[in-house]
Design a protein around this ligand. Structure first.
Ligand code: FAD
Ligand code: NAD
Length: 466
């Protein structure tokens, strides 16, 4: 039987990054993945393929809506070849996952293909083409998550689908009904809206992306309405029925009236659930909480002291970069170091266009906590860079402590917000004040000037260009 210092179950961004860091720190490391391809949800059916389709559909939208204004004429019709679009997406995924194979080899990590199941706290049975058993002094559970569902919905994976199927449709839906106005619903809804589908979003809460700052929800809602999405917030879905190629969704609106929506596809994107099926956690003494998450303490140690857990399978935001930070943290704890993660500074991004990005506290959270804060906001349309590229929607908002001027949260919606949020993370990591950021030189013309201007507005209400 092969013995390891550490075994990692699951090869998503939590697991594979943990494996690399463990190997870098000199541990004999094994990684176990039930699928034949490494990379988990993020690389195979999550972050990477969704961004590939967002990029392709964005190019198409530019070609049909914006090229002419830029003086670019395309003779004949611009058409979508959905098969090619999905094939390109898959080649991006394949390149990315093969990169993980390379990294495992480079770091001398043993890869086992098969379902990892605890026999006890130090032995794992791997059921793949053959059944193997390994011994591990320490184990990191990184088994991730799967799409959630509502109890009355039957996902048939053809017409009533999850994000996994939405990433490989063979045709462009005529009318895509999206249940859940969160990150997946909006990103994939935008892909198909751009490609020509009618898209209806049905959200239970009173606003889309309800966990983000409400100013962002409002602005994104405005942009989506302008793009002719049908937005139904405060709607409670009560049934989803398939009749041939038609899907019929019934929901109650705010007034309790029944609304019937008919489409040819229905994407169910109401969140994800931690995944521990087949892990046999109890055999190792690993407890799950009442939400099905692996219970961990502040060191991400489970109820079995030699077993740790990271990523979507534990509490916290279900984000790839959060999973990876946790993978590194646990590896370093195992090596006797004292690492730390500031969960308040893990940014959240929605990759629609305009992009939406946030870090730190929202205005709602500050109000609820009774914090005396000030807000500075700057509209993207006031930037020269925005006019040059015609990306006029959105704003940057800086929230700072009223007395100390320390930045407490930064919320932005606009072109390239996903990349710009890094500046806010750095500023907050170093506990910068709004004035600190307002006095830093930002290259002109860039979208980042909106951060400087919002910081100026927060410092002393003295934005220069608005
Ligand atoms: P996962 O990536 O889910 O990996 C877990 C792995 O464990 C899987 O490969 C699974 O097969 C394997 N496994 C499970 N049980 C066993 C077992 N018993 N034995 C062996 N192997 C097992 N996050 C972002 O930060 N940015 C994004 O842009 C983004 N976009 C997304 C888009 C979509 C459509 C979806 C669905 C998710 C997206 N996410 C995004 C979320 C992101 O994918 C997850 O947060 C991330 O993958 C979690 O990483 P993980 O390592 O915890 O788990
Ligand atoms: P989510 O939590 O972002 O959104 C789910 C939405 O569904 C919420 O707005 C919720 O209020 C709504 N909802 C819940 N029950 C409902 C019901 N009965 N009827 C109507 N609406 C209902 O979840 P998601 O979009 O499914 O994404 C899952 C996870 O994947 C998220 O945690 C997210 O962090 C991650 N993800 C991240 C990214 C990114 O970082 N860009 C992209 C995709 C997914």
């Amino acid at each position: 039987m092969n013995s390891y210092d550490v075994a990692i179950i699951g090869s998503g961004p939590g697991g594979y990054v943990a494996a690399i860091r463990c190997a870098q720190l000199g541990m004999k490391t094994a990684i176990i993945e039930k699928y034949s391809v490494l990379g988990g949800t993020c690389l195979n059916v999550g972050c990477i393929p969704s961004k590939a389709l967002l990029d392709s559909s964005h190019h198409y939208e530019d070609a049909i809506k914006h090229f002419a204004e830029h003086g670019i004429e395309i003779p004949g019709d611009v058409k979508v070849n959905i098969e090619q679009m999905i094939a390109r997406k898959q080649s991006v995924v394949d390149q990315t996952t093969s990169g993980i194979d390379f990294l495992m080899k480079k770091n001398n990590i043993d890869v086992y293909e098969g379902l990892g199941s605890f026999k006890d706290a130090t032995h794992i049975t791997i059921s793949g083409k053959e059944t193997t058993e390994i011994e591990a002094k320490k184990t990191i559970i990184a088994t991730g998550s799967k799409p959630s569902n509502l109890p009355f919905i039957k996902i048939d994976k053809e017409r009533v689908i999850t994000s996994t199927e939405a990433l490989k449709l063979k045709e462009i839906p005529k009318h895509l009904i999206v249940i859940g106005g969160g990150v997946i619903g909006l990103e994939l809804g935008q892909v198909y809206r751009r490609l020509g589908s009618e898209v209806t979003i049905i959200e239970y809460m009173d606003r889309i992306i309800p966990t983000m700052d409400s100013g962002l929800s409002k602005e994104l809602n405005k942009v989506f309405k302008k793009a002719k999405f049908t937005m139904n917030v405060s709607h409670k879905v009560k049934s989803v029925e398939r009749q041939g190629d038609e899907v019929i969704v019934k929901a109650d609106n705010k007034k309790g009236e029944e609304v019937i929506i008919k489409g040819d596809y229905c994407l169910v994107s109401v969140g994800r659930r931690p995944y521990t099926d087949g892990l046999n956690a109890e055999a190792a003494g690993v407890k799950l909480n009442d939400r099905g998450q692996v219970e961990v303490n502040e060191h991400l140690q489970t109820t079995a002291k030699n077993i740790y857990a990271v990523g979507d399978v534990i509490k916290g935001a279900m984000l790839a970069h959060k999973a990876s930070e946790e993978g590194v943290l646990v590896a370093e704890i195992l090596a006797g170091q004292k690492p730390h993660i500031d969960y308040n500074l893990i940014p959240g991004v929605v990759y629609t266009w305009p992009e939406v990005a946030s870090v730190g506290k929202t205005e709602e959270q500050l109000q609820e906590a009774g914090v005396d804060y000030k807000a500075g906001q700057f509209p993207m349309r006031a930037l020269g860079r925005s006019r040059a590229s015609m990306d006029l929607d959105g704003f940057v908002k800086v929230l700072a402590d009223k007395k100390t001027d320390e930045i407490l949260g930064v919320h932005m919606i606009g072109a390239r917000a996903a990349d710009m949020i890094a500046e806010a993370v750095v500023a907050m990591e170093y506990r910068a004040s709004a004035e600190d950021v307002s006095r830093m030189s930002h290259a002109h013309p860039t979208f980042t000037e909106a951060i400087k201007e919002a910081a100026l507005a927060a410092t002393d209400d003295r934005a220069l260009h608005f």
